[in-house]
Every structure is written in C-alpha cells, then in structure tokens.
Design a binder for this molecule. Structure first.
Ligand code: 5RP
Length: 314
C-alpha cells in the first residue's frame, strides 16, 4: 500500500525502510531535508493518492499535536492519520475527535522494538475503529515481527497507546529488578562470576527475556558498567502509568518504585535524606556526615548538642 511517513528519525526512518522492503510505497517527510522525500507536509499530502494513510512518528506532546493539526487542514474526508509515537491516550481521543470533524480517521499505535525493529519487526498495539484498522493491515503485517504474536488491535481510539503505556511501565519494573539484582550480586563476594551468572540465566529460567539478553550484551561490552554514570532519564510513559494507576486506585508499588529510582538517580545528593539525617541527629544525637563526607556531629562526637526529647516522646 502507499503510506506517508512523517518523522524519519531512528524509529520512523527504520519503519519506513521496513515498509519499503516489504513492497510498500513510502513517501517520507522530515524537517531535515537530507532525510525527506518532499519539501513540506503539503507536498507529502499532494504526493499521496486518496484515501490517504499518513503515519506520524514525531515526539509525543506538542510536536505530535502540531502535526495532527496541520494534517487536519491538509487531508480530506476518508483519509486516516496514524500516530505511532509514544503519545498519551487522552491526546489520541482529542485528536480522533478533532480529525473526525472533517471525516478523517485516526488510529493510535504503540510501537515497541527500538533500534532492533528494522531487523526483527515491531510489536504493534493498535487502537481505533475496525474500518480504519482493517485498511491499514497490509502495513501492520509488514511492520510486525514474523509469526502469530507482536500485533494486537487492543480496542478503540487510545487503546493502543494505553497498552503501550502499561507495557513501558512493566519495562520499568523489569529493568529495575534486573538492575537491583546485578547491584546485589556485585556487592557481595559470594558470586565471583557475575556476568556468567546472568548469561546462564538466559536459558531454562523463569526470568529469561530480551531484557536479560540485552543486560548480558551490556556487561559483555563493559563488565562493570564503568563507562556509565548511574543516571537514568524517563520519557513520560512511566509517569503516565503511575498517574493512570492513581486515577483507577490500582496499587503499582514495583513500577512506582522503579520510576522514583530514576528520579533519585538524577540527584547528586538527596535533600530528603539530609532531612532524615538531621532529624536522627536532633532526636537521638545520631552521627551525620558533613557535606564534605566527614562525620560532623554525633552522639559520641565532641560538640554534640542534642536537646533531650520531652519525657513522653522518649
Ligand atoms: O518505548 C520504548 C521501548 O518500549 C522506549 O524505548 C521507551 O519510551 C523509553 O522510555 P523511557 O525513556 O521512559 O525509559
């Protein structure tokens, strides 16, 4: 089929390539003229035959919103817009309503597979009406991995991105779990061959997984991760998962802890733990470390000046 692809970066560019290899005609647009087949969104729309299918693969939030708004004014009744970025499911519902006023369809697709997708295929989680999803099946069939799995029409508009959001929340929890296990193995001197221990778990264990394969690969490249700083960003889906859990009063302790661990990783020092240290020192005269790393005051330190708590609080 013919498909317009907007955003030809790491994900969009590789997806366009996989579609082309599968025999589809892809007209690509990117702000970078070196990557683009056309000079503007208007040119892209003019190059496509109606009814058009235009796949948006730009960062979630304002860039996606701006692109969908422009497409609303350029496309015609019967065309369909696909958002394959990591958008919030509530944005999908707004976009579908907005495009729907012009008779333009909307399908949201959560895409997983990262930089390996070109070769292995992309897992696709799709939300939208049957009519629109059905029309796009030839493209989905090419993009997805070979075999039965790797594709779901999860529900109406928003369901694809909601499924991808929860997938990413699970990803957070799994990564954190592997990371904590690795830290503990390294911290003790009981297991002396940590990389091989992880490698052995790749087969026959209950935790075998692609993430485990990638962990083994990372340790092969840098056995102590000495080249990395313990700092992890987040792109928003973990936060949205936790926010959705609060909205539905669903307890997500593991995923929430994994998200908070990333926030903690960005602090050179912890203001909250300074306060914990200060309070321990206040009520019990317990030792604290100074900002320079020296024990500054403590129960046994000269100069400890701790007012005794009221009788009732002891
Ligand atoms: O969708 C993905 C994998 O499934 C992305 O790699 C993911 O969005 C990365 O998220 P974060 O930056 O929050 O770790």
């Amino acid at each position: 089929m013919q498909i317009g692809m907007i955003g030809l970066g790491r994900m969009g560019g590789n997806m366009a390539e996989r579609l082309r290899r599968g025999g589809h005609e892809v007209v690509g647009y990117d702000r970078d003229p070196a990557l683009s087949d056309v000079g503007s969104l208007k040119d892209l729309v003019e190059r496509l035959q109606a009814p058009r299918a235009v796949w948006v693969m730009v960062p979630a939030g304002a860039p996606t919103r701006a692109t969908v708004e422009q497409l609303r004014d350029l496309l015609s009744e019967g065309d369909v817009v696909i958002d394959g970025g990591n958008s919030h499911y509530l944005d999908d519902q707004r976009h579908a309503a907005d495009l729907g006023t012009r008779g333009i369809g909307f399908v949201d697709v959560g895409v997983s597979g990262g930089v390996w997708g070109l070769q292995n295929g992309y897992a696709l989680m799709v939300g939208g009406e049957d009519e629109h999803v059905g029309r796009l099946m030839p493209a989905f069939d090419t993009l997805k991995p070979e075999g039965e799995d790797g594709f779901v029409h999860a529900g109406g508009v928003g369901a694809g991105h909601f499924a991808k959001m929860v997938h990413n929340g699970i990803e957070y929890g799994m990564m954190q779990s592997f990371a904590e296990g690795w830290e503990l193995l390294e911290a003790s001197d009981v297991v002396t061959n940590v990389p091989d221990t992880f490698r052995s778990w790749r087969h026959g264990t209950v935790i075998q997984s692609w993430l485990l394969d990638l962990l083994v690969r990372a340790l092969r490249e840098d056995p102590d991760l000495a080249d990395l700083k313990g700092y992890a960003e987040d792109s928003g889906e973990g936060r949205w998962t936790v926010q959705a859990a609060v909205d539905h009063a669903v307890p997500l302790p593991a995923i929430t802890a994994a998200l908070y661990a990333r926030f903690a990783s960005r602090q050179a020092d912890s203001p909250a733990m300074k306060m914990v240290a200060a309070l321990r020192n206040q009520f019990g005269g317990h030792a604290v470390a100074s900002a320079e790393g020296q024990t500054a005051r403590g129960a046994d330190s000269p100069g400890a000046d701790v007012a005794p708590p009221p009788e009732a609080d002891r």
